[in-house]
Design a protein around this ligand. Structure first.
Ligand SMILES: [Zn+2]
Length: 149
């Protein structure tokens, strides 16, 4: 049943948010962050824009390294930037990739730490929407802070 829910919430849809709505501004910030991606090995630039409860947007891009294990994803880059600047409550994360790919498992886990129900919006370079759902759908039965109490 949960698998069906995932399939119905992550879909291909030609939707453009090129406007001044909250979604439009979030995606625009993610696109700008994507321009800074350092990805000479994967050629898969990613931009993320993480919206804090304060309304502030924290951006991140993927940063690769010749020692592959040291690479960092755009989403985690944005989360760590936000936390280092004093914010820990997040409402939405916008992600831009060439194919609309959604966050990897490691990033889902890091996002779960701060908001198990954060909204995740993923679009491709042309701003076609590929996914608009919440983290609890993408990472069911997650391990988190409650397990360590
Ligand atoms: Zn990731």
């Amino acid at each position: 049943m949960e698998r069906f829910a995932i399939l119905t919430l992550c879909f291909f849809k030609a939707a453009v948010f090129a406007d001044d709505s909250a979604d439009g501004l979030g995606l625009k910030a993610a696109v700008e962050a994507q321009q800074h991606a350092y990805c000479p090995y994967s050629d898969y630039p990613v931009g993320a824009a993480l919206v804090g409860a304060s309304g502030k947007i924290y951006t991140g891009c993927n940063v690769e390294n010749a020692s592959y294990g040291l690479c960092i994803c755009a989403e985690r880059n944005a989360v760590f930037k936000a936390v280092s600047e004093g914010e820990q409550d997040f409402t939405t994360i916008y992600i831009i990739t060439k194919d609309g790919g959604v966050s990897c498992g490691a990033c889902r886990q890091v996002l779960y730490e701060f908001n198990p129900k954060i909204r995740i919006v993923a679009a491709d370079d042309a701003l076609n929407l590929h996914c608009d759902t919440t983290l609890d759908v993408l990472l069911p039965h997650a391990f988190g802070p409650k397990n360590l109490q």
